[in-house]
Design a protein around this ligand. Structure first.
Ligand SMILES: [Zn+2]
Ligand SMILES: [Zn+2]
Length: 322
């Protein structure tokens, strides 16, 4: 673990996992196209999927020197967003961001056997247990149905890359459906990459054509807060109601989630139980936790009899020398 992220050395190879700066003379693995996982300086070789490269490009980050596969490395679908992968090098598996529940066009993650597991634990606390996707879809359809009955437009709010496409896909049977302009660009790229998302008009065009005056309608937007001018305008002008989608809706702390009219715990990450099952499934002898509740999740795993610790400035070479 360095300032630049996690560096793995095995079989004379060096690989940087989601590094802040892609380094020369090494392989740089980019697990997916969320901004906190993209390198901002590019040297050396970048290992990532075609989808991640295209999505990163749309966000103005060109992953040059890109390869989709290398002999020594095996990539596993991590089920987080389109193109996301975990990486297996020798006996070490790095999850990147991972989700084992299927959601719309995303299947659950594939999990390999390994000796050392480096896992994210964004929701690695017992309070975070998420419902099945089918249950969420049913509940949200009920809310939309009730709102439509009263002539109220509905805004579905989720991260611009990932969640927003899943929402467009899961609720595409409602019409008319519009997209916030920033979501439309991302949806169009998904369509181009082979994902069937319903075509829709962006909000600027819909408003200019007077389409938003014909209520009710539904719109997929980024995860904007209630104080955001766009949301305020949609509420005051059209009487829209908001449904926010985030795993944080399950948090005990009222600061997170629950700030929209409705908050639904749909997440692109594993919940607590999924994380524990993931650890079991790999058969790992040693588990390193990163991102999120690293101390608490490692402690919970140790209680279950695993050997776990947060990954902080330790060398994996030391493990192999044991
Ligand atoms: Zn992510
Ligand atoms: Zn992340």
């Amino acid at each position: 673990m360095t300032k630049n992220g996690i560096t793995l050395s095995a079989n004379g190879m060096t690989i940087n996992l989601d590094p802040r700066h892609a380094m020369p003379d090494s392989v740089n693995f980019v697990s997916h196209a969320h901004t906190d996982h993209l390198p901002n300086r590019k040297n050396g070789l970048i290992l990532t999927t075609r989808e991640t490269r295209e999505l990163a490009m749309l966000r103005g980050n060109d992953l040059i020197n890109h390869v989709e596969s290398l002999d020594e490395f095996k990539l596993y679908d991590s089920g987080h967003i389109l193109g996301s992968r975990g990486l297996l090098l020798d006996d070490v598996f790095y999850t990147g961001d991972i989700c084992t529940r299927g959601r719309g066009f995303l299947g659950g993650a594939n999990i390999p056997k390994c000796k050392v597991l480096i896992t994210e634990c964004t929701f690695g606390r017992e309070e975070f247990i998420f419902p099945q996707t089918a249950e969420i879809v049913k509940r949200v359809n009920e809310i939309i149905s009730e709102m439509f009955h009263n002539g109220k437009p509905v805004l579905l709010l989720g991260y611009q890359l990932g969640k927003a496409q899943t929402l467009s896909y899961l609720f595409g049977h409602w019409a008319p459906m519009y997209y916030h302009d920033s979501v439309k660009g991302m949806n169009d790229l998904h369509t181009w990459l082979g994902i069937q998302i319903k075509e829709g008009i962006g909000h600027t065009e819909a408003e200019a054509r007077g389409l938003l005056d014909k209520k009710p309608w539904i719109m997929v937007c980024p995860l904007l807060s209630e104080g955001n001018p766009f949301i305020k305008q949609m509420k005051s002008k059209f009487g829209a109601i908001t449904i926010g989608f985030s795993g944080w809706a399950r948090s005990r702390q009222p600061l997170y989630g629950r700030k929209h009219d409705y908050s639904i715990p749909l997440s692109d990450h594993c919940d607590y139980d999924e994380l524990v099952r993931l650890v079991h499934k790999t058969g790992a002898e040693k588990i390193y936790t990163i991102h999120g509740f690293v101390e608490e999740f490692a402690a919970a795993l140790n209680k279950m009899g695993f050997d776990a610790q947060p990954l902080k400035g330790i060398s994996l070479d030391d493990f192999f020398k044991q």
